[in-house]
Structures are given as structure tokens and as C-alpha cells.
Design a protein around this ligand. Structure first.
Ligand code: P6P
Length: 339
């Protein structure tokens, strides 16, 4: 039974990925090395977030901490840890972080074939009240060792070779896809290892939950307003859906992929491209959703087909259970016909 297996047959994330990668004869273990460095970053953030309240790691940068040092905000600290871990892996050539205006080109002596786009601490405004937050990452692979440029990361999400998130909540859970399904791993602090706890995650085909910031309702377009109306007042007499909105994308998406339903950050009159970022929020979460049997839609197209023009582009996003997203797509298609 699972608990016994955990005790003796430790399926750590490293072992799991090595098994997966060993199916490719050309694989030389580079991806596993890269992933191990991402995992190191997640372990650091997990431990810092857990003691943030105690070690006065929360609050604004510029405060002097108990050691009398210039205090860095947790998201700034996390960003530095991830950048150092990724560069020192020797497997990356270009990095894009939510925290850095410009892409980071890795110095030639430390370059590898992978491009990593990431949000080191998404939802960090929730730290001070103890709400779950997370790291989100996506991985592209370059074909040869040319001088890296932005073109290597301004690629549609369907070109990603892997994506995942790590949620720092009651437990530390890392959810990962390398393009063939989705698996979840939970940090066992006594071992310092992520252990496989959610093998082969499949999102329910239809859900009973919708997740959106209703505070933006006055600015929504027709199809979004109609979809939310149908969730509250179903026309077919089925029960109303429940609204769950945490305001931390990793937590809202994690609930959605496990329980089903939809997560939406629609465009609205105030922000015509919505709020969430294409490269390191929309693409990784859409990659995971499709690999779990769900869908991800921008209101105009399949999210993973979008071609970003700038590294911090935003896009509207509707992701979750296959059938629920079909309903949203039909509403947008109908609007297209009315125009
Ligand atoms: P709003 C957090 O700041 C974030 O980027 C996502 O994690 C979250 O889903 C969204 O913004 C919440 O935005 O406008 O509803 O507060």
C-alpha cells in the first residue's frame, strides 16, 4: 500500500524523472540535472515561506532584519535563489523571471540547451496573511548552441518541453508535466525529498466550481458574463456551481486540476489583455491542464498556440475541465457570429 511503498520504495521526483527520461536513448540526464536545480530552489522557498513570519522575511524590502542586514522581500530573495540555482546547473542559456524586466542571458561558460521562464513567488501579496503561494515555471529547449536571443523564449507554449508549479501551503506540493501526463510530488521534510503522491493526475471532465474575481464583473465582456450567469443560474435546472477564488493562481489552479471546474482571468474593459502573464503563468498552467485532459483558452484561441511578442505579455485565460471550457468556447464563438 502507498504508505509502505513510500517507506521502502522511495519514488522521489529525481528517480521518477530519471525513469521517464531513460525512455529516450539520446537523453544524457541534462533535463534531470536541470530539474534537480529547480527542485533545490523550491525547497529553499518552501523553508523560507514556512518561517517567513518568524524570521521577519515578510514585509517590504528595506526593513532591517534581526541580523541587522538590509532585508530582502521574499519574492526578491526567491528570485535570486532560482536564478543562481538555474545558472549553476550549467543547463540553461536564457532565463525570464517575473521579477526581472529583461531576460537573463547565461554566461557562455555555464550555458546549456534549456530556456526557463518562471515566476519565483506568484501571489506573494498573500504571504503576510498566510494564504498559499507558489512558484510557476516553464521549460523550452533550444536546438543547437547558438547565441541565445529573445526569439528562443518568444515561442508558443506548445513548444515547451516541460512545465510545473510548486505550491507552498499546508504541505509543499510540486506538480510537473514533461508532456506525457501530470504527476504530483509532496515534500517530505524529514527526507528533504519530493515523493510521488499524486500519480497521473487527470482533471474531471466537468466540474462544479468556477473561479474568477467577481469584483471585475462590471468590466467583463458578454461571453464571460454569460458563462458566470450560467454557473449561478443554470438554464438546464442543474445545481448552481460553487465559487472558489483564492487570488493566488497556483492555489486556484491546483484545486481546479484536482477537483475540476474552471479558473478564469478574463480580459475586461480596464485590462484588455487580462492580468496574468503569458510566458510564466498562462503557458505552464495551460501545458499542465492539457496534459491532465483539460483545456486552456484565451477567448480567441487555444492558449498554447499563442505566440508572445514580449517576455512580459499578458493574456486572458480560461482553463480547467474539458467540457466546461467547451461551454466557454461556444459562448465566444457565438459572440463572434453576432458581430
Ligand atoms: P486579482 C497574484 O498577484 C496573481 O498574479 C495571481 O496569482 C492571481 O490569480 C491573480 O494575480 C489575482 O488577481 O486581480 O484577482 O487580485
Amino acid at each position: 500500500h502507498a504508505a509502505d511503498a513510500h517507506r521502502t520504495d522511495l519514488m522521489t521526483i529525481t528517480r521518477f524523472v530519471l525513469n521517464e527520461q531513460s525512455k529516450y536513448p539520446e537523453s544524457r540526464g541534462d533535463f534531470t540535472i536541470l530539474l534537480n536545480h529547480i527542485v533545490l530552489g523550491c525547497k529553499f522557498v518552501c523553508s523560507s515561506v514556512n518561517k517567513a513570519g518568524l524570521a521577519k522575511l515578510i514585509g517590504l524590502a528595506g526593513e532591517i532584519n534581526i541580523q541587522g542586514e538590509e532585508q530582502k522581500k521574499l519574492d526578491v530573495l526567491s528570485n535570486e535563489v532560482f536564478i543562481k540555482a538555474l545558472v549553476s546547473s550549467g543547463r540553461t542559456c536564457i532565463l525570464v523571471s517575473e521579477e526581472d524586466e529583461d531576460a537573463i542571458i547565461v554566461e557562455p561558460s555555464k550555458r546549456g540547451r534549456y530556456c526557463v521562464v518562471f515566476d519565483p513567488l506568484d501571489g506573494s501579496s498573500n504571504i503576510d496573511c498566510g494564504v498559499s503561494i507558489g512558484t510557476i515555471f516553464g521549460i523550452y529547449m533550444v536546438k543547437d548552441d547558438h547565441e541565445p536571443t529573445l526569439a528562443d523564449v518568444l515561442q508558443p507554449g506548445k513548444q515547451m518541453v516541460a512545465a510545473g508549479y510548486c505550491m507552498y501551503g499546508s504541505s509543499c506540493t510540486l506538480v510537473l508535466s514533461t508532456g506525457k501526463g501530470v504527476n504530483g510530488f509532496t515534500l517530505d521534510p524529514s527526507l528533504g525529498e519530493f515523493i510521488l503522491t499524486h500519480p497521473d493526475i487527470r482533471i474531471p471532465k466537468k466540474g462544479k466550481i468556477y473561479s474568477v474575481n467577481e469584483g471585475n464583473a462590471k468590466n467583463w465582456d458578454g461571453p464571460t458574463a454569460k458563462y458566470v450567469e450560467n454557473c449561478k443560474f443554470p438554464k438546464d435546472g442543474s445545481p448552481s456551481k460553487s465559487l472558489r477564488y483564492i487570488g493566488s493562481m497556483v492555489a486556484d489552479v491546483h484545486r481546479t486540476i484536482l477537483y475540476g471546474g474552471t479558473f478564469m482571468y478574463p480580459a475586461d474593459k480596464k485590462s484588455p489583455s487580462g492580468k496574468v502573464r503569458v510566458l510564466y503563468e498562462v503557458f505552464p498552467m495551460s501545458f499542465l491542464m492539457e496534459n491532465a485532459g483539460g483545456q486552456a483558452f484565451t477567448g480567441k484561441q487555444r492558449a498554447l498556440d499563442l505566440v508572445p511578442t514580449k517576455i512580459h505579455d499578458r493574456s486572458p485565460i480560461f482553463l480547467g475541465s474539458y467540457d466546461d471550457i467547451e461551454e466557454i468556447k461556444a459562448l465566444y464563438a457565438a459572440e463572434g457570429k453576432e458581430e
